[in-house]
Design a protein around this ligand. Structure first.
Ligand SMILES: [Zn+2]
Ligand SMILES: [Zn+2]
Length: 161
């Protein structure tokens, strides 16, 4: 059985920042939290996940800006064009969520759920067949079983990004 792995590539709108995912991304889903609404200027964003060491910036390191968007999450973006690129959360230190819209081929992934659905504006076209979670999923890696909110109190230390 021979499987040829083809890395997934992507980048920002102006082309300054380029990245490569050296594993098949997983856990693709919509996030409708208020920060995603602000960052996207829309009703939510789609992220897909890879392990942190499988995410490589291949061009434009100097253009990558970052900011702490919540007490548990840090986001990166292109300083030139503003494209949101990633979010890294303290409760999943070894993984990183990448904005699906910046993939060269966004069809490479497909969202499987909605998180923070309770914060979504009523005009968001929810895909009725996908599971919706009021906040985080109850089986979120890095959180206690059933815990659906991440907070600084429960997670110690800063992540690597
Ligand atoms: Zn850019
Ligand atoms: Zn969000």
């Amino acid at each position: 059985m021979t499987e040829q792995f083809v890395p997934v590539e992507g980048g920002c709108a102006c082309g300054s920042v380029r990245y490569r995912l050296d594993e098949t991304p997983y856990d693709t889903g919509w996030c409708h939290c208020r920060v995603c609404q602000h960052v996207s200027g829309s009703g939510g964003m789609v992220f897909t996940t890879v392990h942190l060491d499988r995410y490589r910036i291949t061009a434009g390191h100097a253009e990558v800006g970052r900011f702490a968007s919540t007490e548990f999450g840090t986001r990166t973006f292109c300083r030139k064009c503003g494209s949101p690129l990633t979010i890294h959360v303290r409760h999943q230190p070894d993984e990183i969520d990448v904005t699906a819209g910046t993939l060269d081929d966004p069809e490479a992934v497909a969202p499987g759920f909605h998180i923070y659905a309770a914060e979504a504006p009523s005009w968001v076209p929810m895909m009725a067949f996908l599971p919706r979670h009021k906040a985080l999923r109850p089986n979120t890696r890095g959180l206690e079983e059933g815990q659906t909110e991440a907070s600084h109190d429960r997670i110690d230390g800063d992540g690597p990004l």
